[in-house]
Write a protein that binds this ligand. Structure first.
Ligand code: SAM
Length: 193
């Protein structure tokens, strides 16, 4: 049982692109109520349920409170754009490194499409700073955005540091919504400390 229907979007993306592997360290940005983290816990084996595979780590962050989940560390009431949050993440991740950053973050919708779009793009740009601190070379990023005028800016910035950037629209995402995901793979930046 998943905590939220958004689970089906990640399942679809990960079934196709196989980003989450046993032993991986994953950061889940905008994790509440926790469905994406549930999937990550299972796929990276962070509870160690499967003794034959390496054990991964899942860290979820949200402005809201996230109810505890076996196999996940949650930073509730934390803002992903805040460098203080980044520092805490570095401490929680084994080797201070992540293999995957995923973001289903969304600002509270104001009802003004352009404004919401801009807000989400600005938040997503901060994921590139986070990547510079924690993402290991070869790592990947999944990032939700709402389509609009600034989407190409985010895409360009991602393309500067990832070898392969593409747009994904899962079937589970409502057709009439402007919701899309960037899937960025093969991170090529060396870690900036
Ligand atoms: N993927 C989640 C799941 O499967 O349960 C659902 C995520 S929900 C669509 C978006 C979340 O992003 C909200 O809970 C919201 O509080 C969070 N959020 C928005 N801005 C944020 C920020 N700056 N830092 C952390 N979380 C944020």
């Amino acid at each position: 049982n998943y905590r939220c229907r958004s689970a089906f979007k990640l399942l679809e993306i990960d079934d196709k692109y196989k980003l989450l592997k046993p032993g991986f360290n994953v950061i889940d940005c905008g994790a509440a109520p926790g469905a994406w983290s549930q999937i990550a816990v299972h796929r990276v084996n962070s509870t160690g349920a499967n003794g034959e595979f390496p054990r991964g780590t899942v860290v979820g962050i949200d402005l809201l409170r996230i109810a505890p989940l076996d196999g996940a560390h949650f930073l509730s009431n934390h803002d992903i754009t805040d460098p203080v949050t980044h520092a805490k993440l570095l401490e929680l991740l084994p080797g201070a490194q992540a293999h995957v950053i995923m973001s289903d973050m969304a600002p509270n919708a104001s009802g003004f499409k352009e404004m919401d779009h801009e807000k989400l793009i600005t938040m997503s740009l901060s994921l590139i700073d986070l990547a510079a601190k924690v993402l290991q070379t070869g790592g990947s990023l999944i990032c939700k955005y709402w389509d609009g005028a600034l989407a190409h800016q985010l895409q360009q910035k991602l393309s500067a540091v990832f070898r392969d950037v593409r747009t994904v629209k899962p079937k589970a995402s409502r057709k009439e919504s402007s919701e899309l995901f960037f899937l960025a793979r093969s991170y090529r930046e060396n870690k900036i400390v």
